[in-house]
Structure formats: C-alpha cells, structure tokens
Design a protein. Structure first.
Length: 189
C-alpha cells in the first residue's frame, strides 16, 4: 500500500522549489498548517495516481475538519476506511521530534538518542546525509502541538463517532505499535 505523507510531499516540493513547496514553507517553518486548499489540491493529485487504485495509507492527513470532509466527499460508498490515532504525550513528542534526524535521500528516520546512526550524520539504510527538520526545533514543535490540539485533535472524536477509529498507545515498544497498527488496518486479499 503506498504510504502518502502530506508532510513528505511538501518537503519534496520544497526541495524542487515548486510553487506549492514555496507556499507551504511559509507555514511549515512557523509550525502552522498549510491552507486546506493547497493541501487538498496536492493530495487529490497524488491519490489519483495508478498505485493508489487498490488503497493507500495517509499519514498526517486529514488535519482539519474541512480536510476530513473533503476526503469523505471523494470516497465511494464501498471504500473501506480505517483511522488510526497514535497517541503520544506532548512531552514525549517534544523529545522525539527535537532529536529526530532524517535522511535526505531515503527519508529514513534516526534519533540522536533512541536510534543513533552507526556513523554520525550518515543514514544506516542508504548512506545518505542526515539532517534535522527546521520545524523540529523544540519551540516550533510546541507550536505544532498547540495547533494539533486546536485543529486536529477534534478529529479523534469525529472518527470515533463514526466507528472508524482505533487508538494505539504510541509509547509502547516499536514492535508492539507495528503489530497493533497492522491489526487495525483492513485485511487485504
Ligand atoms: P509532518 O511531516 O506531517 O509533520 O508535516 C510537516 C508540516 O507540513 C506541518 O507542520 C504542516 O505545516 C504541513 N502539513 C503536513 N500535512 C498537512 C496537512 N494535512 N494540513 C496542513 N498542513 C500540513
């Protein structure tokens, strides 16, 4: 199943200096959400691609009620939807994000303390250069969390009311989180 992260799509657009990337940067650097119309145009184009015909996994989308409603309007009556909420306390998120290192070439994630690379600054997976996201600075992460609680957290109740939500304790061991995540997704034949 293709893994579609709207944040990754914005970062790829920024790397290529596209109009979407340059527009998104204004918001991302401040820890704000990119306006819904920009996110939606980009996402609609991505999920129309051939590899999404048999399903896809959205990561970091929807983040507002308007995005959730726009997604719903696009889905057919037989589409099987599961929503997973990975629950992690704010303090833990700040430690995770502010120590996170990303690979420039394969997007693999290391962490300075919890998953340090064998060679500093070099990705274990493909030898690419590791960097810290500008918006992973602790003060920007705090703003992202404020925006999350204000604009995205209401979606937890929204999807719970629809009976689509599974909440997973994101502070369990990674293997356990993975196992529960697999169990929460629709079986694929
Ligand atoms: P992420 O990689 O998911 O943490 O996203 C990084 C940044 O991209 C966010 O802080 C937002 O500025 C922007 N972004 C990603 N996904 C969305 C979305 N669904 N709606 C609005 N902004 C988004």
């Amino acid at each position: 199943m293709p893994h579609i992260s709207t944040g990754d799509l914005f970062r790829a657009n920024l790397k290529d200096a596209t109009p979407i990337g340059l527009k998104a940067k204004e918001y991302m650097d401040r820890g704000q959400l990119v306006p819904d119309d920009v996110v939606l145009d980009m996402l609609v184009e991505r999920v129309a691609a051939d590899d999404c015909k048999d399903g896809y996994l959205l990561d970091g989308f929807p983040r507002t009620l308007a995005q959730a409603e726009a997604l719903e309007a696009r889905l057919g009556p037989d589409d099987d939807v599961s929503v997973v909420n990975l629950a992690v306390e704010d303090d833990v998120i700040i430690v995770r994000a502010s120590g996170r290192l990303l690979c420039r070439t394969c997007n693999n994630i290391h962490h300075v303390e919890f998953s340090p690379p064998a060679k500093p600054g070099v990705c274990d997976n493909d030898g690419g250069e590791l960097y810290q996201r500008a918006d992973d600075a602790a003060d920007v992460v705090r703003e992202r969390l404020r925006v999350y609680h204000d604009q995205t957290e209401p979606l937890v109740r929204y999807y719970d009311n629809k009976g689509l939500l599974t909440t997973i304790d994101g502070q369990s061991a990674p293997d356990e989180v993975f196992e529960r995540l697999e169990a929460a997704l629709p079986a694929r034949g």
